[in-house]
Each structure stands twice: as C-alpha cells, then as structure tokens.
Write a protein that binds this ligand. Structure first.
Ligand code: ADP
Length: 165
C-alpha cells in the first residue's frame, strides 16, 4: 500500500526511514538533523564508518533509538535549474533506496520529500519523480509512505496519487 502522511518522519514505526542526507553523511539541517537527533549517536558512528555517499546513491545504517530498524541515507541533487541531471539523480535516490531496502528484506519504509528543502528542487517536479519511481519499483513492498512535513507537499502528494493509475 502506498500512503501519504503529514508529519515528522522520525515517528515512523515501520522497518526503515529514508534520510535526505548530504554527501558527507555527517548530519545537517532539515530532515537529516531531525533523524540524527531522534536516533542518537549510533547513526553518526555508522555513517562515519561508511565515509560518505554520492548523489543519487544510498547507504544503510541502524536507526538507533527510533522505532524503525534502519535508516537508508540517500543524497538528493541540489537544484541548479534542471539541466544538470537533477531529474535522473533524484530518480536514482528513490530507485537505489528501494533496491537496498529489498536486499535487506525490508517490507515497509517511509520517504521524506528528498531535495525539496534546502536543496531547492521544485516541489511539484520532485513529487512527479518520487511517485513515478515508487509506483514502478515499489510493488514488492507491503507499505511505502510518503512523509510530508510541509502542508503544500502533503496536498501535492494527495492530489497526484489520487490521479495516478
Ligand atoms: P534536502 O537537502 O534534500 O532538500 P531537507 O531536509 O532540507 O533536505 O528537506 C527535504 C524535505 O524534508 C523537505 O520537504 C522538508 O520540509 C522535509 N523535512 C524536514 N524535516 C522533516 C521531518 N522531521 N520529517 C519529514 N520531513 C521533514
């Protein structure tokens, strides 16, 4: 089932939470900061061991003190106007996160609206990519949740998913 929830992704109690991380994996603002605060220092320790992550790639760590078991860290593209491979790289975030989740036997996971905060990706364009990728690659999962922190993203996902096949 694909669901849309308005709220804080750190409260998710399924198997895995996806983090919109940065390339250093050493924490930052937005959802990344919230995940590290809620999960505690074990996430940062695991991230340091991994050492970094490329744009569009994904890596997995413990979820520390949160209810979920894992955090999948993926690095979204910074929006530079749309001609620098941003759509391809954003699609890769969703695909690589889902592929890693499947390899780990994860059945339920939650995505934030990757790249639409500090990285400036236009929200409607990002939602189209997120929904397309999750609909085409997410069939094997029991639950995939789009966790929307901002009301405009929540509205967008609700609208777009109602009109998706
Ligand atoms: P990016 O650098 O990829 O743009 P941000 O963390 O700045 O990452 O923003 C990505 C999305 O995550 C934004 O839509 C932002 O509103 C949202 N966000 C911020 N905090 C949370 C949270 N606690 N739970 C879910 N989403 C969040």
């Amino acid at each position: 089932m694909i669901a849309v929830i308005h709220g804080d992704i750190t409260a998710y109690s399924g198997d895995a939470i996806v983090n919109a991380a940065n390339k250093t994996l050493l924490g930052g603002g937005g959802v990344d900061g919230a995940i590290h605060r809620a999960g505690g220092p074990d996430i940062l320790k695991a991230c340091r061991r991994i050492g970094g992550c490329g744009t569009g790639e994904a890596v997995i760590t413990t979820a520390g003190l949160m209810k979920a078991r894992y955090v999948i860290h993926t690095v979204g593209p910074v929006w530079h106007g749309g001609n620098s491979g941003e759509p391809y790289l954003l699609a890769n975030c969703y695909r690589n996160s889902l592929s890693l989740a499947r390899d780990k036997g994860i059945e339920s996971l939650a995505f934030p609206n990757i790249s639409t905060g500090i990285y400036g990706y236009p929200k409607a364009l990002a939602a189209d990519i997120a929904i397309r990728e999750v609909l085409s690659w997410g069939k094997e999962f029991r639950d995939i949740v789009f966790f929307c922190f901002e009301s405009d993203n929540y509205r967008l996902y609700r609208e777009k998913l109602q009109t998706s096949p």
